[in-house]
Design a protein. Structure first.
Lengths: 298, 298
């Protein structure tokens, strides 16, 4: 099977796992559950749960426990998009080629659906911990998950991003931009690979290496996103292009230009692969997946 | 010491616990942490953590572990208020006599501060589980906490509440109203007492009794809230009165009238006290606290 088909198959398998854990659309809370499901089952690439699963396999992990964390992480990623798209945030009407959650359900229900997804992530992790054969690893994975998604992780990055939008461009330093990328984008990718390692029994030093690999991948992924915002089309990307320029947004591309941005993506990706090769075990698919992030078109 | 002074002292002690766990206001994420702290340290009554602590003591609990859950629960309660006050939800400018979080920090940062508080609750619980002498109890407490705050608990109730606002009054059935009260208001009070019991080693049947007591208290609390919205003043309540009528909101009071509402509060409270007396152990303060909910003026 070629790589792209394998990615598609794995994403479809992950979608089945997500469906298994999503709540049933019933009762007086039906509307918010519909909005949760609409948000999660929106044709995402499932990059984060896929990275978690493949990292888990790299270290020989074979238990179902990883499914809980894959699901929780994708729910957290999804809620962050739902809230980010709200009228009081980025006010985006489209994502991945279809209407955003608030555009369909209204901002009130979209706010609640985001809250419900973050809360449900904690519920799913609670199940994981109760059913874990090794509760310490499960608890450690929980710490990493909510640490990376919280105020010293993803939410911190989103905050800095929101605040920087009101600042004149010349006040956005390289340091601030990298803080935003590290936390808003890389943090959940770090969580993905670290949790894959932790659950499979990787030691602390190895988990730190995974964090570094994921950091590189995350930053590369974000810079690639900014490149695509300039060079892609609505059809390829599934959302309006040129939004960064319209919003006077400082990006790696606006600071350094397209060519330097493209070579930074390549450098980060190569460093990630070099670090991956220092790890015991082999996972050809994981390596191809990391590499594919350089070349992605959407 | 009289009861009111004791309540004040205990609330002050809980405030110190909350401060211990709240994140430091530093770094690029400083603004959202300020908004989190502003939201949490807003002179709330600390009823939920107080009920948890007193229930824990009722069953002889003496460990610090309860502090993590008291903090997490108050953070969850607080985030729900912050999001509830947003322009896309209730659009309230005042709460407890001071500006709401979005009125001070804007709706974008208020959305993120709410998210950060819910996420931080999970971080605090992760610490609790890692440090627990009895991890199974800690995990069970986590399940109850996020179950009661989630889509089949508080968020479910909020959803039904939001949706019912768009319905003609005659479509709001007693059943729907009680669903909203049970989930939007009672669920976190149930979590408070159940977790106090679980952490102190109460058995399943006792935890169910605690849930029933808390349900009664929660519904009584909500009906009392609706009564005060009609009979109180801005000064007493710290927020505008008459908002339910202005918003054409169906409440227990609008369905049954003030007198029947008041007697229902009394009935529920008495049933709660009767159930409390069936439990082993004694906690005079807890009994007074539950009773005080009948007579509260704000």
């Amino acid at each position: 099977m070629d790589f792209n088909s394998e990615v598609k198959n794995k994403a479809a398998d992950i979608e089945e796992i997500l469906k298994k854990y999503l709540p049933k659309e019933e009762g007086y809370q039906k509307t918010v559950i519909e909005a949760m499901n609409y948000s999660v089952l929106s044709g995402g690439k499932r990059l984060r749960p896929m990275l978690m699963q493949e990292t888990y396999r790299l270290f020989g992990g074979e238990d179902d426990i990883v499914e809980y964390y894959m699901t929780a992480l994708e729910m957290i990623h999804t809620y962050s998009l739902v809230h980010d798209d709200l009228p009081c945030m980025d006010n985006d009407e489209y994502r991945r080629g279809r209407k955003t959650t608030h555009a369909v359900y209204g901002p009130g229900i979209a706010t609640l659906a985001g809250d419900a997804l973050l809360n449900y992530a904690a519920e799913v992790v609670a199940m994981a911990i109760s059913n874990a054969k090794e509760p310490e690893k499960a608890a450690e994975a929980m710490k990493v998950l909510f640490g990376k998604s919280g105020v010293f992780g993803m939410i911190g990055g989103q905050t800095a991003d929101v605040i920087s939008e009101d600042k004149p461009c010349e006040d956005i330093t390289e340091e601030l931009l990298m803080y935003i990328h590290k936390n808003k984008t890389a943090a959940l990718i770090e969580a993905a690979m670290m949790i894959g390692g932790i659950l499979a029994g990787a030691n602390d030093i190895t988990v730190r290496t995974l964090e570094k690999i994921a950091y590189n991948v995350g930053i590369a992924f974000q810079i690639q996103d900014d490149i695509l915002d300039v060079t892609s089309t609505f059809e390829q990307l599934g959302k309006p292009i040129g939004s960064d320029e319209r919003n006077h947004k400082v990006t790696y591309v606006s600071l350094h230009g397209l060519a330097e941005a493209a070579s930074e993506v390549e450098r980060l990706s190569e460093e990630a692969i070099t670090l991956l090769h220092t790890l015991p075990g082999e996972n050809v698919f994981l390596e191809e997946l990391l590499k594919s992030l350089i070349d992605r078109k959407n």
